[in-house]
Design a binder for this molecule. Sequence first.
Ligand code: PGA
Length: 249
Amino acid sequence: MARKKIIAGNWKMNMTPSEAVALVNTLKPLVANDDVDVVFCVPAIDIIPVMEAAKGSNIQVGAENMYYEEKGAYTGEISPAMLTDVGVKYVVLGHSERRQYFAETNETVNKKVLKAFEHGITPIMCCGETLEQREQGVTMDFIRQQVKVGMLGVTADQAKTAVIAYEPIWAIGTGKTATTEQAQEVCKGIRECVAEIYDDATAAAIRIQYGGSVNAKTAADLFAQADIDGGLVGGAALKPDFGQIVNYK
Ligand code: PGA
């Protein structure tokens, strides 16, 4: 069965709640496309207003992070139940910015991935190499470790519903999109890694996105690759361009 493309916006730390509502109202008609899953991953405080504004549209709302404990003395964190209580279905986990600035590791990402599944939230688990690692020729080794540790304890049935976002760090927010060949090569490598951990059926079902300076010009070529099932889009998700990305065909 063909995998449905999933095109997600990652708003990062942008948009106040009122700006968020205005942006959703602008984008709503532009991102209409039932052939793909359209997800807006937004700051926690924007989740409820964005859901309200997106009502009746094809926009699904996701979070940008989540903690791996159920509840309690974790000041400043958001629990999985808080997300599911308002209807959140997706959560971005292990974004390179969280790894870089907030000390997330493969191990904490794994705890979050397991917790997300426990609560029926689909993780969009991010991985990606630095420029230095790419130049050293260790891209795939590094990513395989991120994927293997990130998915520890995840069952095949859960993995089939997961989303992995391949985001080379050197391509994030730099305007430097990976070439379609580079993106396809790593996404294929991730799928092979999933086949090794699980089986061919799981590898065929899991959705793998590319992220890193995706824009209205590069989306069509990227999403046409055999192993690229959509994108995780930062900067361009805050502009009408996101409509063109969602309707890339
Ligand atoms: P970018 O961000 O599209 O602005 O490069 C992508 C991401 O970090 O998810």
